[in-house]
Design a protein around this ligand. Structure first.
Ligand SMILES: Nc1ncnc2c1ncn2[C@@H]1O[C@H](COP(=O)(O)OP(=O)(O)OP(=O)(O)O)[C@@H](O)[C@H]1O
Ligand SMILES: [Mg+2]
Length: 521
């Protein structure tokens, strides 16, 4: 980081509460089983025939991995109830770390215990997966299985989830490595900015009859003055006084090859972008001169300097290792690719089963080609979730059922859960609204009875209309607080207390009419 530039973009080094691959230089003994191996899954094993560089991380501290209990405690901060599901994912996460601590031959044999989360809509399935990924600081992608049944679907597309995972992993590693080199990059940027602001003096043409000694001293004088001015400018730059000064910079513009002709064809939808990237990489970057302020130039130059300092081969090989060994793929709506029980084997059902068949190799372990190389999916953790209202997990094709050995059911949320969800999570809805109004200088409070009433209304609407779980709390609250949100700050009120009476007054009329309820809540 560079405290010198008030206007400079800052990249803060992330704290590393979770375990990351590629342990630090001070990770215990090079070959100890506990030392996450940098490049052991590379080369021949990965099947791409391309040797990967050792993906040795440069993290100074090897972060402590959370124990299952701690993972659950972290999840508890955001998700209310659902203890069984939390336990299952906590064990799965810990197991991947445990796996690294054992000997290599067995390690390869230990496959992740993929989990199937079963439960009605809006009870926290996605939320658990999302929070887990944050904890693990692992590359995490979420896909809707139903998207693969759409028209124009081609088998290959299922692999796009792995390509996305790797893309994410590359971005993660790149930004971590950027943090490592950014000090140096900022220094280089400074020098380049100074070069732009004050070009080095040209050599004076030799004058008639000039003596060498005279010339040398004149030259020296020019140099001395140049250095002096440069230092003055350096100070001004550091003080942020030159931010608006215009400079001319040469920037590389990536060429986009004209591939648009293919875009309308479904097959190219997925592959096109990576193809485009690939071809784009082959063309030499075109350079363009632009007149920009120092402030803008700094950002442009920073990217370029980071690019020079980063060893992209290393970044990519570390990203591959990280995706393969810590990656998490969350397949949501998996019940949507199940033919409903008793359904015939016609039309769309065949395509659903087709999607399941395509999923098989990816979940079971295969090599997926990406523009960065092959990704081995054996140790990627797959979490699948579905409401399974109309179909049962046993309606999945048997092979796929077997790939998700752990089943956890999430329970329907009770009125008491709703009260807690409104109030307790770190991102609780009530806290969100309080923060929103706080920025208008208004204090918003909720009486206990009001909160209980909201929970009770949400439960009632869920049972009378459609059960959408905790999502109902959103709709009820937005309706409840609409007037408040509209009137602030014009009303001039500095404190707003939501009481039970207020809740009944606002929502009573809506609840009296089933039609209104249906449309509004
Ligand atoms: N147990 C819970 N604790 C806290 N908040 C919850 C809980 N369940 C749901 N929510 C809230 O409801 C929203 C919807 O939950 P989530 O996305 O996890 O539903 P889901 O179970 O994945 O449902 P679907 O089957 O429709 O995908 C979340 O954003 C979260 O705010
Ligand atoms: Mg969901």
């Amino acid at each position: 980081m560079s405290p010198r530039h008030p206007a400079a973009p800052r990249r803060t080094r992330r704290p590393a509460p979770g375990w990351r691959l590629g342990g630090g230089p001070d990770a215990v003994g090079g070959e100890a089983p506990g030392d996450p191996p940098p490049a052991r899954l590379s080369g021949s094993e990965a099947g791409d025939g391309k040797p990967r560089h050792g993906a040795t991380g440069t993290t100074e501290e090897e972060p402590e991995e959370l124990t299952p209990r701690q993972i659950v405690a972290e999840l508890d901060k955001f998700v209310i109830g659902q203890a069984a599901a939390k336990r299952a994912v906590a064990i799965a996460l810990r197991n991947r770390w445990r796996r690294w601590r054992i000997e290599e031959d067995i390690r390869e044999e230990i496959l992740p215990n993929n989990i199937l989360l079963i439960g009605p809509t809006g009870v926290g399935k996605t939320e658990i997966a999302r929070r887990l990924a944050r904890l693990a600081q692992a590359p995490f992608v979420k896909v809707e299985a139903s998207k693969f049944t759409e028209v124009g679907y081609v088998g290959r597309d299922v692999e796009s989830m792995i390509r996305d995972l790797l893309e994410l992993s590359v971005n993660m590693v790149r930004s971590e490595r950027t943090a490592d080199v950014e000090d140096e990059a900022w220094d280089n940027v400074d020098e380049r900015l100074l070069d732009l602001l004050l070009p080095a003096p040209k050599r004076e043409p030799e004058r008639e009859g000039e003596r060498p000694a005279e010339r040398a001293s004149a030259e020296e004088e020019v140099q001395r003055r140049y250095a002096e001015t440069r230092e003055k400018l350096r100070q001004q730059l550091a003080d942020g006084k030159l931010e608006k000064r215009m400079v001319e910079v040469d920037v590389a513009v990536q060429r986009t090859p004209p591939l648009e002709i293919f875009t309308n064809q479904p097959f190219f939808d997925e592959t096109e972008s990576s193809l485009q990237d690939m071809l784009g990489g082959l063309l030499p970057p075109r350079r363009k001169r632009r007149k920009v302020t120092v402030e803008e130039a700094r950002e442009l130059l920073f990217q370029e300097e980071v690019g020079k300092l980063l060893d992209m081969d290393k970044v990519i090989s570390e990203a591959l290792d990280r995706a393969e060994n810590t990656g998490i793929v969350f397949v949501d709506e998996i019940d949507k690719i199940v033919a409903p029980t008793g359904g015939g084997g016609t039309g769309p059902d065949i395509s659903r089963e087709g999607v399941q068949r395509d999923l098989l190799p990816v979940v079971e372990g295969s090599n997926v080609p990406t523009k960065y190389g092959m990704v081995k999916t054996d140790h990627i953790l797959f979490l699948a979730a579905g409401a399974f209202h109309h179909a049962k997990p046993s309606d999945l094709i048997p092979e796929l059922q077997g790939r998700f050995p752990i089943r956890v059911e999430l329970s329907t949320l009770s009125e008491q859960d709703f009260v807690r969800i409104l109030r307790e999570p770190e991102n609780a809805l009530l806290k969100q609204y309080q923060a929103l109004l706080g920025s208008d200088g208004v204090k918003l409070t909720f009486a206990d009875a009001a909160i209980e009433e909201v929970a009770s209304i949400a439960t009632r609407v869920n049972s009378e209309m459609e059960n959408i779980g905790a999502r109902r709390l959103h709709t009820v609250l937005t309706t409840l607080l609409e007037d408040v949100l509209f009137e602030v700050p014009d009303s001039g009120r500095k404190q707003i207390d939501i009481t039970r009476d207020y809740v009944l007054e606002k929502l009573g009329p809506v609840l009296k009419s089933p039609d209104l309820t249906r449309y509004i809540l």
